[in-house]
Ligand binder design. Structure first.
Ligand SMILES: [Zn+2]
Length: 274
């Protein structure tokens, strides 16, 4: 997972999102706001405005419209980073939308934890919808705080996560020491999005590594055989359009620690900027 380059949504689409959000926000209670969000979102999902949201999110995807969480399947669902079932006030917030695949959207569902604003305590707000008060079930707003899940729209996931290329497990690991907030957030993100649990993701990252490695090798061979500029451009373009972009970024980041990469990048240091 990489940090996305944010794009602006067209003002007209933003205007409509604001109007629909106002409908939800004008409901007097949290319970009614949740109900309105649940009713309104599917109703608006086929509008031109949501098509514009998807088109703009697509410009922020890597490769061929790849999911912004796993980078594997095609993005097809507008995911609410802060789930609309818990945060109805973020249902139509452009800043809360992430283009994801169903395979990420489904396990993520309404799981959400925060570091509470005042105490810093970690709280699972997915389970705080109902509290028993005077024998009536009262719906409570979640505790305010910062997300435990890493948000690729506003943070660089590579600061928290590292892909294991050295031992070739192609699993994500936590970059920081156990016991730190950064470790906790990385662990939670890997678990919630099932980034290591899904074998096909691990296999796809391994295949991407071999593909990038072959392309880089081909580029180095062409370079030493005085190939034309057009010939040299072909592996460069293939790398730039490659799938699982995190794998390539990790190859750059870790090249000094992996012999086969160190050798190739020494011969083509320009590739460190691709
Ligand atoms: Zn995905």
């Amino acid at each position: 997972m990489i940090q996305l380059i944010n794009r602006d949504l067209a003002p007209k689409a933003k205007g409509w999102l604001g109007k629909w959000q106002n409908i939800i926000d004008s409901k007097p209670t949290y319970k009614e706001q949740k109900e309105e969000a649940r009713r309104l979102w599917p109703q608006k999902s086929t509008t031109n405005t949501l098509a514009a949201v998807k088109d703009t999110l697509e410009l922020m995807c890597s490769g061929a419209k790849r999911c912004q969480y796993c980078e594997d399947s095609a993005a097809c669902a507008v995911d609410h980073f802060e789930p609309k079932a818990i945060f109805p006030e973020k249902t139509f917030a452009w800043s809360n939308h992430i283009y994801s695949c169903q395979n990420c959207n489904i396990p993520k569902a309404n799981k959400f934890e925060v570091y509470a604003q005042h105490t810093g305590n970690r709280i699972n707000v997915s389970h705080l919808h109902h509290t028993q008060q005077n024998k009536d079930t009262v719906l409570q707003r979640p505790t305010k705080g910062n997300s435990v899940l890493i948000n690729p729209r506003y943070e660089n996931p590579m600061m928290f996560l590292e892909l294991d290329l050295k031992m070739k497990s192609f699993h994500f690991t936590e970059r920081e020491q156990e016991g730190t907030i950064a470790y906790e957030r990385a662990f939670y993100t890997i678990e919630t999005l099932e980034l290591n649990k899904r074998d096909y993701l691990v296999d796809a990252r391994e295949a991407a590594y071999e593909n990038y490695l072959s392309l880089l090798q081909r580029y180095v061979n062409l370079k030493t055989s005085a190939a034309t500029k057009a010939e040299l451009n072909r592996p460069i373009l293939a790398i730039k359009k490659g799938s699982h972009v995190t794998v390539w970024k990790e190859m750059i980041r870790q090249h000094l620690n992996i012999q086969e990469l160190k050798v190739l990048f020494e011969k083509a240091p320009e590739a460190l900027n691709w």
